[in-house]
Design a protein around this ligand. Sequence first.
Ligand code: CA
Length: 341
Amino acid sequence: MAYKRIATEEAFATADQFRLFRRLLDEGFDDPGFQSLWGFYLISEAERPKKIREQLLDLDARRIADMNATGIDVQILSLTSPGVNPLDADAARALSVSANDEVAAAIARHPTRFAGLAAFAPQDPAHAAKELERAVNRLGLKGAIFNGHVRDEYLDDPKFWAIFEACEALDVPIYLHPTGPSRGLIQPMLERGLDGAIFGFGVDTALHALRLIVAGVFDRFPKLKLVLGHLGEALPFWLFRLDYMHRAGLAAKRYDSIKPLKRTISDYMRENVYVTTSGMAWAPAIQFCQQVLGVDRVLYAMDYPYQFVAEEVTAQDALAISPEDKRKFFQGNAERLFKLG
Ligand code: CA
């Protein structure tokens, strides 16, 4: 092979995480997105959710066999959505630490096959910053994973910005992974079964990323690197209109909340954001993203185990791009962004 296949958005769970999620479900935790997602995946005895539970918990032979069967050389592991976000602060702090220890141990057992991103407790940004430093500097993790809103709060609120400050100082990327849409967004989606990965995840995550941009997170932290899955959650397709309407809204002083930015929205998308192909093994969309963001900013991801399809790997092997660009796509961009090897 002319390149290694490094898959960059690959999920795992811990037994502690499942136990805590189960407790939230038993207590009737009032979050329709969480109930929709984990009320299905953790409880259902249908074949798909049962298999996914087993795959999420395995960080050894079974996972590596699945990687071998689909030609994946390396998985970059991240704690499955919504990570620690729905928990109270005490449980979130404890689970972030134990999950980071568990993934670091798995990487130590299989150092050529796994790398990992660090969980953190956004409920306690000071603890999160310290845990990210521990996870990167002592455990060797390669970035941070954050799983969307935190009980309906988005991370553009400056009270969370110590997390971005830590990622910028550590020079590691932060991966914004979807979760079920927040309470204010989800109801019309639930009514038609559109709240999950089919659509709602992308809407909530694109909104979250845009909120970070227009709130000025990247003006405050200009070297911060944000990773979006699912080909940027459709944001690359919106860039022209986002720039036009942001400029128009500013000129008209339509909203107090729209502030001037140092760069355009598309500049931040091209200069601070990387996108991965998780769940989007579709050549026209991949090549569109390469065209508008640059070939250095589009990375391969599978989205194991939720979308574990061998034909999707071969479809991306067959992308009509140069051998050099294909090597960047599957290997080089990930090695550079996550400082692998
Ligand atoms: Ca995923």
